[in-house]
Design a binder for this molecule. Structure first.
Ligand SMILES: Cc1ncc(COP(=O)(O)O)c(C=O)c1O
Length: 370
C-alpha cells in the first residue's frame, strides 16, 4: 500500500473552535463552515467532533452534504449556503434543513411542501452586499422580505451576507458591505428575524473584529488552524489540524552532473544522495513545488529537486546521515522542531491555504487522531 497518509487532529479542530468562541465573545452563535469535506479534513468526523464540543450550526455548500450529515446522525441545524433547486425542496423539509433563500419561486415551493407535510422549516435570506456572487441584491432586500411574509410553512429565521475582502484588515469596502447589510438587517428585524441568526463574519472578519455585533459568525479556515491571510497576530492561537506524510521508497548516491526527473530541470552540482517518495501531483502535491518545495526528514528541511511527477518526487538528502527506505517524510505538518505550513506551500504555489488543504485532504487516505 502507498505509505501516504493525511492525519487529521480532531483535538486541534476542537481547540480552534474554542479559540473562535473566545474571540467572538459570549453569546455569539458559531456556524462552522464544513463544506467541501470540511476543507479536505473530512466532513463527518469534523462535524462529530464539533457537535460534541457544542457547535451551534453547520454551514455546508449543497443539499447532499446536509443529507449526508443527517444520515450520519448529526442533529445540529444545517444551513445550505448555495440555496436549493425546486427538486430539492422535499429533502429539505424531510431532513429539517435550513436553506439559503434568494429566489421567490423556491420560497413558494418550500412553503407549499412544508404546509403539505404539516411542518415549518427555517430559512436564511442571502443578501448580496457587494461580493456579486449569490443572493438578493441589498437594494432589493426589503421588497424580497415583504414578499415572503404571506408564505406559511417557512420561518424567516436568519439573514446573511458574505464579505469580499475580510482577509484584508482596514479594507474600506468591508465597511461599505457592513452598512448595506445593516440596512437589510434592520428591515428583517421588523419582519421577525431572530437576532442570533444574523451573520456575515467569516474568519477574516472575526480576526478583524468586523460584524461581530451580529448574533452569529461563520468561520471556516480558522477551524482548520490557518489564518485567512498573512499578518494576523491572533493567528498563533490556532493549531493546524492536518499533517501529510509519506515514506522514502528509494535512496541512492549519484555523481555530480546527474540530472533529475522530467525535463532535466535540476542537475546535481556535486555528488548527492537522492531519496524518492511516492508523492506527486495526483496526491494533491502541486507540480509548482518542483525545485521549490521543502519537506521534513529526520527533523530537518530538505529540498525537492527536479520536477514533481504524477506519483513520485525526489529529495536531495545529502545533508543527512543514514537516510533509509521507510523513513518518514512530512510534507505538511511538524517533525521534530520544524514545521511546514499550508501557508508556506500556498505561497510557493501561488494559491491559498484553503486550496492546499482541499487538494491534499481529498486526494489521500485520511486517518484521525484526537
Ligand atoms: C458563504 C461563506 N461563508 C463563510 C465561509 C468561511 O470563510 P473562511 O474560511 O474564510 O472563514 C465561506 C468560505 O468560503 C463561504 O463561502
Amino acid at each position: 500500500m502507498i505509505p501516504n497518509e493525511v492525519i487529521i487532529d480532531l483535538g486541534a479542530i476542537r481547540h480552534n473552535f474554542f479559540e473562535i468562541k473566545r474571540l467572538a465573545g459570549p453569546g455569539t452563535c458559531i456556524a462552522a463552515v464544513i463544506k467541501s469535506d470540511a476543507y479536505g479534513h473530512g466532513m463527518i468526523p469534523v462535524a462529530k467532533a464539533l457537535e460534541s464540543a457544542g457547535i451551534d450550526y453547520f454551514g455546508v455548500f449543497e443539499l447532499q452534504e446536509a443529507v449526508d450529515l443527517r444520515h450520519a446522525g448529526c442533529k445540529v441545524p444545517i444551513l445550505i449556503m448555495m440555496g436549493i433547486t425546486p427538486d430539492e425542496v422535499s429533502a429539505v423539509v424531510e431532513h429539517q434543513l435550513t436553506a439559503a433563500l434568494f429566489q421567490l419561486d423556491i420560497a413558494e415551493k418550500l412553503s407549499q411542501t412544508a404546509l403539505e407535510q404539516g411542518v415549518t422549516v427555517p430559512v436564511h435570506v442571502k443578501v448580496d452586499t457587494g461580493m456579486t456572487r449569490l443572493g438578493v441584491a441589498w437594494k432589493d432586500v426589503a421588497h424580497f422580505l415583504r414578499s415572503l411574509l404571506p408564505l406559511r410553512g417557512i420561518r424567516l429565521e436568519g439573514i446573511f451576507s458574505h464579505l469580499a475582502v475580510a482577509d484584508k484588515p482596514d479594507e474600506p469596502f468591508t465597511g461599505k458591505q457592513l452598512r448595506r447589510f445593516f440596512q437589510a438587517v434592520e428591515e428583517s428585524g421588523r419582519l421577525g428575524v431572530c437576532k442570533n441568526a444574523v451573520h456575515l463574519a467569516n474568519s477574516g472578519a472575526l480576526l478583524g473584529k468586523r460584524g461581530l455585533e451580529l448574533g452569529m459568525i461563520r468561520p471556516g479556515i480558522l477551524l482548520y488552524g490557518s489564518p485567512p491571510s498573512e499578518g494576523w497576530q491572533a493567528a498563533s492561537l490556532f493549531k493546524p489540524a492536518m499533517t501529510f506524510r509519506s515514506r522514502v521508497i528509494q535512496v541512492r548516491g549519484v555523481p555530480a552532473g546527474t540530472s533529475i526527473s522530467y525535463g532535466r530541470t535540476y542537475t546535481t552540482p556535486s555528488r548527492a544522495m537522492i531519496a524518492t517518495i511516492p508523492v506527486g501531483y495526483d496526491d494533491g502535491y502541486s507540480r509548482m513545488l518542483s525545485n521549490q518545495g521543502e519537506v521534513l526528514l529526520h527533523g530537518k528541511r530538505v529540498p525537492v529537486v527536479g520536477r514533481v511527477c504524477m506519483n513520485l518526487t525526489m529529495l536531495d538528502v545529502s545533508c543527512l546521515e543514514g537516510v533509509a527506505v521507510g523513513d518518514e517524510v512530512v510534507l505538511l505538518g511538524v517533525q521534530g522542531e520544524e514545521q511546514i505550513t499550508a501557508e508556506e506551500i500556498a505561497k510557493k504555489t501561488g494559491t491559498i491555504s484553503y486550496d492546499v488543504y482541499c487538494s491534499l485532504g481529498k486526494s489521500n487516505r485520511r486517518t484521525y487522531v484526537d
